[in-house]
Write a protein that binds this ligand. Structure first.
Ligand code: PEP
Ligand code: MG
Length: 590
């Protein structure tokens, strides 16, 4: 085998590790050979039904353990598998096939699962596409339970290993033990898959979508995993090993040093402080936000609760989860974004649209589904009692939308008051500024809102006419485009003229390159993913407000995002070498 084989995939979870490869063989789908004929189909159907029951019990047990380990919402993905085991159509189709084919059940299970697997894989929606691995996972479990002899459980070698697999199911991933697995690598998978989500949740470095890693390793052979860059080196030579070992130690030192900033404020060298808060998707992310030094929650994407439930969450469930978040971060603030459904975030029952990003999204959806809106507002308001809560409405593009949303909020407040249910009547009400119309009329909006939070993810796609999810136009999508920066300035200036404050919660707020500009433009708050907060804080604490203003001014002289990037990279390179290394792509191999 050749040395120093470099494979590039999708960075799913950060970290650098070096260790021996261990191939995780899949069962079930890889079974080849003819299925044995059977004489007694009734007996085989009974065996099949028992295997289904056993599999369901096992999954429920795993789910219970996961809820304990990772919290409620992150374990919800197992429901897809449990649901498949309860699906009458699937069960009936398999039974029909057993009767018709008169072959052992395993054959019919694989045939029906393959059909389902192929159907899921054809779906355009990346989230649903990833559910194909749930089908495979649950099929493998039923097959395992069908086998007469108990299979030897998966055994790990004595030493810590790097697990390599064609694909790894979410439940396999959730059961990986940090004491035994240094990292995992897969041929398949995407960043939005539950396997990747799990990797980040259990903090195991991972690279997915490597396409041919399973064909490029030798069992026990040494590999390097760079989860920051999404790079794997198979059979590294001594020089490459030394380079990565050096990068690993160096980055660990930097991360440790950056975590040391947790308790310090986001203050520039000339004494200007801004609020640096966290974006969260699940209630249990608050712990990570606190660990990484966030000052409150700047964006709680409440829709993720709705996306991981089989049914719409009722007021009580929402209240309990919201209260947990609010209590956990108190005395700091939580900004609840009301349900931002639509676009690429859909739950069952929502009609597909021609142009979903321009369709019935965010507040537009809530104004159509007032029942859902009111229930959520009830829950948020109840959680606000004696705590620091703010509410903001997503995708506001017209003043009338804002006025209607505020009027519904007032009605809900009145309802609570009538019932003597306590809440914070004075809580601040803000809007996401993520549509160009909102930026252009920011002066008018500022009179009707307590604050703006700029959503550059959507704003960039609308300003540049580039779909944020379409890889074909991905090189054109850049939040550092001068047009985006000028729009941010427009919103901040209008807000400040009206004595209102402005936050930024799009991905730009976690991009170290962008921080000098955002500071220079006068932003009052930044909200980013928890793991990015230490880097952002480091940049803020290295700069002065004065030089940031000059940097922002210079950016307006450029016509392309490439020029802005080059200019800002030079600044980070010279002033913040350590940060530069943390976000750098690759280490030299020999
Ligand atoms: C944004 O659009 O920038 C934003 C923060 O919201 P989301 O990414 O959830 O659309
Ligand atoms: Mg948005």
């Amino acid at each position: 085998m050749k040395n120093d084989i470099i494979l590039r995939g999708i960075p799913a979870s950060p970290g650098i590790v070096i260790g021996p490869a261990f191939l995780f063989e899949e069962s079930g789908f890889l079974i080849n050979g003819a299925a044995k004929p059977i004489a007694d189909t009734d007996k085989e159907i009974k065996r099949f039904k028992e295997a289904i029951k056993k599999s369901k019990r096992e999954l429920e047990e795993i789910k219970k353990n996961l809820v304990k380990k990772l919290g409620f919402t992150k374990a919800k993905f197992l429901d897809v598998q449990i649901l498949a085991l309860e699906d009458p159509w699937i069960i009936e189709e398999i039974i029909k096939k057993i009767k018709e084919e008169k072959k052992e059940a395993i054959y019919s299970i694989i045939e029906i699962s393959k059909e389902l697997f192929a159907k899921f894989k054809e779906i355009d929606d990346p989230y649903l596409k990833e559910r194909a691995s749930d089908i495979k996972d649950v099929t493998n479990r039923v097959i395992k339970n069908l086998k007469k002899k108990e299979e030897k459980p998966f055994e790990f070698p004595e030493k810590k290993i790097i697990l390599v697999a064609k694909d790894l199911s979410p439940s396999d991933t959730a059961q990986l033990e940090k004491e035994k697995v240094l990292a995992f690598l897969t041929d398949l998978g995407g960043k939005a898959s539950h396997t990747s989500i799990m990797a980040r949740a259990i903090e195991i470095p991972a690279v997915v979508g490597l396409r041919e890693i399973t064909e490029n390793i030798e069992l026990g052979g040494r590999i390097i995993v760079d989860g920051y860059a999404g790079v794997v080196v198979v059979n590294p030579v001594e020089k490459t090993l030394r380079n990565y070992e050096k990068k690993r130690k160096h980055l660990l030192d930097i991360e440790k040093e950056l975590l040391g900033l947790s308790d310090l404020p986001a203050t520039t060298v000339d004494g200007h402080t801004i609020d640096l808060s966290a974006n969260i998707e699940f209630s249990e992310d608050v712990d990570s936000a606190k660990k990484h030094g966030a000052k409150g929650i700047g964006l709680y994407r409440t829709e993720f609760l709705f996306l991981t439930q089989k049914e719409l969450p009722n007021e009580e469930l929402q209240f309990r989860i919201y209260k947990n978040v609010v209590d956990n971060i108190y005395p700091e603030t939580v900004i609840f974004r009301t349900l931002d459904i639509g676009g690429d975030k859909l739950f069952e029952g929502i009609e597909p649209e021609q142009n979903p990003f321009l369709g019935l999204r965010g507040t537009r959806f809530l104004l159509k589904r007032k029942d859902i809106f009111r229930t959520q507002l009830h829950a948020i308001l109840r959680a606000s009692y004696r705590k620091t809560v703010r509410i903001m409405f997503p995708l506001i593009s017209d003043i009338n939308e804002l006025m209607k949303a505020k009027s519904i909020l007032r009605e809900v407040m009145d309802e609570l008051q009538e019932k003597s249910i306590e809440f914070d009547r004075k809580l601040e009400i803000g809007i996401m500024a993520e549509v160009p119309s909102c930026a252009i009329l920011a002066d008018k909006f500022a009179k009707e809102t307590d604050f703006f939070s700029i959503g550059t993810n959507d704003m960039t796609q609308f300003l540049l006419a580039v779909d944020r999810t379409n890889e074909l136009v991905a090189p054109l999508y850049d939040h550092l485009h001068p047009v985006v920066l000028k729009t941010i300035k427009m919103i901040i200036d209008s807000a400040h003229r009206n004595h209102k404050w402005v936050g930024v919660c799009g991905e730009i707020a976690g991009d170290p390159l962008a921080i000098p500009v955002l500071l220079g433009l006068g932003v009052d708050e930044l909200s980013a993913a928890p793991i990015l907060i230490p880097e952002v804080k480091k940049v803020i604490r290295t700069l002065s407000l004065k030089e940031s203003k000059e940097i922002a001014k210079k950016c307006f002289g450029f016509s392309t995002s490439k020029d802005v990037r080059n200019f800002l990279s030079n600044i980070i390179n010279t002033k913040l070498t350590s940060i530069k290394e943390l976000i750098s792509e690759e280490v030299e191999s020999s």
